[in-house]
Write a protein that binds this ligand. Sequence first.
Ligand code: NDP
Length: 234
Amino acid sequence: MTDWTLVTGANRGLGLEFVRQVLADDGHVLATCRHPGKATALNHLAAEHPGHLKILPLDVGDTRSRDELVREWPLATAEGARIGLLVNNAGVLHGGERFGALEAAGLEDSLRTNVVGPLLLTQALAPLLADGARVANLSSQLGSIANTTHFGTPSYAISKAALNMATVQLAHALRPRGIVVVALHPGWVRTDMGGARADETPEDAVAGLRRVIAGLDDAASGRFLDWTGAALPW
Ligand code: NDP
């Protein structure tokens, strides 16, 4: 039985590139996004790769949406299919925050999307993860406490630091089943979030991340790595 890759936030940016590269390797992907009807690129890919790409709605920050995805999994994929790789990619960055004018809404949305979402989604999908599966949480070097040198994007930075702890917690919870959970920094990448001046293309960043994921062993679980495989300080 083929294991599937499940990607969140798959309609654009790094998530879409993950889907493209897995399909190019003849893999099977369940791509999730908030509005499948508007996900033009994904829908084109689904037409080009019949049977290999299924698209389902998922707002990672919404409990009902996560539960619905778990219910839909067996209908969308093959009978008895398991998840070999879960890519918790969906994320949000609230720009323009400054000290003195921070508001709860940005903090709460960042925590809901970047931490609560991937943590509770992984928990909900745990019964569907294959033994020995990989869970990749898209973190950021901006979540590295040790590397923080100035005040900037606090909601995002705080949420990614919390995602790193969620990664370590999940690594412990899933270790008995040989499931490896890592926090991955993709580099500074040219997407809507990274902007046009970023260093890396999505193609190179995702190729790097996929190499890192393919090379993970049990000892790597709970680690914080970049797209080259180098360890980042917490
Ligand atoms: P983009 O802003 O280009 O894309 C973000 C994706 O996340 C979109 O598909 C968006 O969907 C989705 N998303 C946001 N909120 C939700 C939600 N509540 N439920 C489901 N999907 C949601 O970001 P990137 O592709 O650049 O980033 C991907 C990941 O990599 C993120 O976790 C980011 O933090 C991380 N990262 C990126 C870096 C970069 O330089 N680009 C650097 C470090 C980390 P929608 O279209 O519906 O908004």
